[in-house]
Design a protein around this ligand. Structure first.
Ligand code: EPZ
Length: 419
């Protein structure tokens, strides 16, 4: 079947309101946590994304019964029998590694293949494995397969991470939630998604304190119980829509967001000359003035400027007056949007960790290709601003993180359709 593409007639400024879905990067570890007890979990505001369907397929392959009704997913984990994630499922989504801690919590056994590298570069899991060993997990690595086992409950441990890895922090929280005693994670990731997972685990009977700070404590329990949870808003999707308003010189009210998760992102859009007005659960952004270049933007761990917003801001800066520089400190290969944006007439030089963006007066439509999720989103922004028609292929990457991006943007005046 011919792979579908996005077609955009650019050059129109966006006006109107747009709603943000639940956070992909919070729903994934929370769905993993749902298999840790034998009851039925109810997850509200769960986004309809291909990565979430992958997570539901993993749960089903382990014996869970999953049901989706609109934005609510129920997971009946009574009959979890499996403990293996197939290579195909691992390749489908490398963040499946976060199921390791959850499966071990429930079955004390887990076999999965090494998650392949991805478009952003090698995605090592050494920090995950070192931490799980401290919780008592025995790990045999054999021909790319990890065979992990526990004799009895995970033991409590005091773990200091070499860097605040989001996935590693989540894996430790998931395993320690059934641990015997209190596990301490030092130099933990502070992302809002960690707090969302902590509140879900606490509602299931674990006692998690300190989430969002450098030190997270998890007092495990043998009897986790089912609970219901509403997934937090997706701060990266919200930033993407801010970028769409910025690059098209429009104005948008972005609903269902948590502005307090987004200070560093909002600050960058203000530096670009946008008017950014946060309210309790929405952000109004206006870009009626020409965008200004931002001298230096550095991606870093939360609460600093997020690497996931880097391609989005790179796109907006293509139309800013002056020279901007971005330093990407988290992933080795995360400037994949640059070459494709240059095909739209941008002037970006990316080398190693640094990308220099010379603002141009206009972008012009072309055929471009998404190479990863957020680079694909950056191309949508480029296409919205480019004069003429832009065609984007490989949009399966975009569907991993955005619920029908074309429907949301069309409602604000964009001429964009999927064919
Ligand atoms: C999460 O990935 C997100 N994914 C990523 O979003 C996000 O870019 C990243 O955090 C950083 O914020 C999910 O939550 C599903 P890390 P994760 O472990 O957990 C190195 C998107 O677009 N590292 O915090 O994999 C790693 O190579 C995705 O939605 C090790 O060296 O990120 C990276 O350089 C893309 N060893 C740095 O740490 C390890 O064992 C941060 O990675 C683990 C990580």
């Amino acid at each position: 079947m011919l792979e579908s593409k996005l077609y955009i007639e650019g050059g129109r400024s966006l006006q109107g309101e747009i709603s943000v879905s639940g956070a992909k990067n919070s729903s994934l570890p929370i769905l993993a946590a749902a298999l840790m007890h034998g009851g039925t979990s109810v997850i509200h505001n769960c986004p309809t994304l291909s990565d979430v369907y992958s997570a539901l397929r993993i749960l089903s392959s382990l014996g869970c019964k999953c049901k989706r009704e609109g934005k609510t997913v129920t997971v009946d984990a009574k009959n979890v029998t499996g403990c293996e994630i197939s290579e195909a499922l691992m390749r489908e989504m490398r963040s499946s590694i976060v199921f390791l801690g959850a499966i071990l919590s429930r079955t004390h056994r887990c076999r999965l293949s090494f998650p392949g590298g991805c478009e952003l570069g090698p995605r090592p899991i050494d920090i995950h494995l070192h931490a799980l060993k401290k919780l008592g997990v025995k790990i045999i690595e054999d021909h790319g397969v990890l065979d992990c086992s526990l004799t009895g409950r995970p033991q409590a441990a005091d773990i200091t991470l070499p860097l605040p890895s989001v996935g590693a922090t989540e894996n430790i929280m998931l395993l320690a939630a059934t641990g015997d005693g209190t596990t301490v994670i030092r130099n933990a990731a502070k992302e809002p998604e960690i707090c969302d997972l902590a509140s879900f685990l606490t509602s299931c009977g674990a006692q998690v304190t300190g989430a969002g700070s450098t030190t997270v404590c998890i007092k495990g329990t043998e009897s986790l119980h089912p609970s219901a949870h509403t997934v937090m808003p997706d701060r990266i999707v919200a930033a993407t829509y801010m970028g769409a308003a910025a690059i098209t010189g429009g104005e948008l009210m972005i609903n269902h967001v948590t502005p307090s998760d987004m200070y560093s992102t909002m600050a960058v859009f203000e530096q670009m000359g946008c008017g950014v007005y946060p309210y309790s659960d929405r952000i109004f952004i206006t870009a009626k003035k020409p965008l200004k270049a931002v001298k230096t933007i550095r991606t870093t761990f939360y609460p600093g400027f997020p690497t996931d917003c880097q391609p989005i801001v790179m796109a907006a800066l293509c139309k800013a007056k002056g020279t901007s520089m971005i330093v990407e400190n988290i992933f080795e290969n995360r400037f994949r949007a640059a070459d494709e944006l240059n095909r739209l007439g941008a002037d970006i030089k990316a080398e190693g960790k640094v990308a220099v963006i010379e603002g141009v007066k206009a972008l012009s439509g072309a055929s471009v290709m998404a190479h990863d999720l957020r680079a694909g989103a950056a191309l949508v922004l480029g296409g919205l601003a480019a004069e003429g028609t832009t065609t984007i292929s490989n949009i399966a990457y975009i569907d991993r993180g955005y619920e029908s991006i074309e429907r949301e943007l069309s409602a604000c005046g964009a001429l964009i359709k999927r064919m």
